[in-house]
Design a protein around this ligand. Structure first.
Ligand code: HEM
Length: 465
């Protein structure tokens, strides 16, 4: 079997390039080889075929006769999420667990979180002041983490929730550097050489987090309340085909999955959205106009339907997708794809990053242009920030909803400006991407004050009597 072309560098060098500069490597490969190429970045440097052609992506992600989406290939997430996470499961167990997890993140159920998202955003905004520039990703991370903690565990405030917030932020911060990513890609580096070494630190932080998760599970088992509607209660009430409940370790892995997958990505997407909105004054103006057109109607469902806000969120996730890749898929039966014959067992992966930068779909792909999404519709394989098919993101609707409510809340309340005019590019952050360096903002005014002043001026100019 002849695989698509690969750079001539040794597999170990390819791996180092992939860890240090994944987007530059993908761009160089697509310039050299086009829509399909191979990188030796799999387990033990096994080849992985990268694809960014929409027709081929449709085949890989949606033809379950030809391609599998095995959880075993997602081993890289296991140090965080464990082997019982939906991400690590395969086949029928994977399907079942998805069916269990999806409803709380969809439709009407999800919309009930609108008020919660608004309140959490308000809480975080109280920490902003005119005097002190702030790092926007820290704020959006606090918002997204608090929202998912409350959704998963219910609405209780408490010291366990606060500790979890603290430990999870620290865990993700400590694993965000390229070296930490290297530890995940190269299991030989996963050695506990004491609490001051990177892997030792990671393991201890994970233990602290697990302890809190198990305590919460234990407490819920002892005081089971069938009226609770949060996601942990739902998971605890679920039974498999043998009428067995989920074991503690399964609950732990699923909670960790939702907490990590459910906030890290959304936090970054929100930080990028705020960056672009304030980098490009015309985008901000149009958005403010659209938000103002809602008048007093701050109903989250109305916000969710705003077309320009939707286009801004779509373009944010297009230009620098937080997830560069889909999860790996595996060839099931001999198949031909883009002129290559693949044997069963071949690993293929969708490059979301490269697909979103195709000139034929997105002219001037480096430019942030929300109008693209008003002018045409893209297929599920041309625009796929949340992947597609058997492993499509279960938090898709939730993340989009959260982005819109948070942005509407912030823009309606504050006038912000970027603290400097620096061009910000994406970089690797753990297994996903994020802005390189800190994007800092300053508060330049409060919109509600302006509205009140305008209201006052209007009332003063009214004829008296
Ligand atoms: C902007 C935010 C987000 C982005 C860009 C994103 C992106 C993705 C992508 C690309 C995948 C892989 C899809 C594939 O291989 O086809 C995925 C899977 C997943 N996402 Fe998200 N995600 C986001 C938010 C969320 C949220 C809020 C949650 C949970 C509440 C979540 C939970 C998951 C889970 C559990 C999976 C694994 C699904 C499976 O294995 O079947 N994500 N996400």
């Amino acid at each position: 079997m002849k695989l698509p072309p690969s750079p001539s560098a040794l597999p170990f060098v390819q791996m180092l390039q992939w860890i240090a500069r994944p987007m530059a490597l993908m761009e160089a490969c697509t310039r050299a080889y086009g829509d399909i190429f191979t990188l030796q970045i799999g387990k033990d440097f096994a080849p992985v075929v990268f694809v960014s052609n929409p027709q081929a992506l449709e085949e890989i992600l949606s033809n379950s006769q030809h391609f599998d989406a095995p959880g075993e290939f997602n081993e890289i997430f296991q140090p965080f999420l464990g082997k019982h996470s939906v991400i690590s499961l395969s086949g029928a167990r994977h399907q079942r667990q998805r069916q269990l997890l999806m409803p709380p993140f969809h439709g009407e159920r999800m919309r009930t979180y609108g008020q919660l998202i608004g309140e959490v955003t308000e809480q975080v905004m109280t920490q902003w002041s005119r005097e002190q520039p702030f790092c926007v990703r820290s704020s959006t991370q606090a918002i997204a983490l608090r929202v998912i903690l409350k959704t998963v565990f219910g609405l209780d405030e408490g010291s366990r929730g606060q500790q979890l917030e603290q430990f999870l932020s620290a865990l993700l911060e400590e694993t965000s550097s390229p070296y930490s990513a290297a530890m995940l890609y190269l299991p030989a580096l996963q050695r506990d050489l004491g609490p001051l070494t990177p892997w030792g630190k990671f393991l201890r932080r994970k233990q602290q987090t697990d302890k809190l998760l198990y305590e919460e599970i234990q407490e819920r088992r002892e005081h089971f309340d069938s009226s609770r509607t949060d996601i942990l209660s739902l998971l605890m009430a679920a039974r498999d085909e043998a009428s067995q409940p989920m074991m503690d370790v399964e609950l732990r892995d699923e909670l960790m999955t939702l907490l990590v997958a459910g906030h890290e990505t959304t936090a970054t997407a929100l930080a990028w959205a705020l960056y672009w909105i304030h980098k490009l004054p015309s985008v901000r103006e149009k958005l403010i106009q659209e938000l103002d057109s809602l008048g007093d109607d701050s109903d989250p469902s109305a916000i969710f339907r705003l077309p320009y806000l939707n286009a801004v969120c779509c373009e944010t996730l297009r230009i620098y997708p937080v997830a560069m890749l889909t999860f790996p898929r595996m060839v099931k039966v001999p198949v031909s794809l883009m002129g290559y014959d693949f044997e069963p067992g071949t690993v293929v992966i969708g490059s979301i990053y490269l697909t979103h930068r195709r000139e034929d779909l997105y002219p001037e792909p480096e430019q942030f242009k929300p109008e693209r999404f008003l002018e045409r519709q893209f297929s599920a394989y041309e625009y796929l920030p949340f992947g597609a098919g058997a492993r499509r993101c279960i938090g898709l609707a939730f993340a989009q909803f959260e982005m819109k409510v948070v942005l509407a809340k912030i823009l309606s309340r504050f006038e912000l400006a970027l603290a400097d005019n620096r061009e910000v590019r994406p970089t690797r952050r753990g297994l996903v991407t994020a802005p390189s360096g800190s994007i800092r903002f300053v508060v330049t005014g409060e919109r509600q004050d302006k509205e009140r002043e305008a209201e006052l001026a209007r009332s003063r100019s009214l004829p008296v009597g």
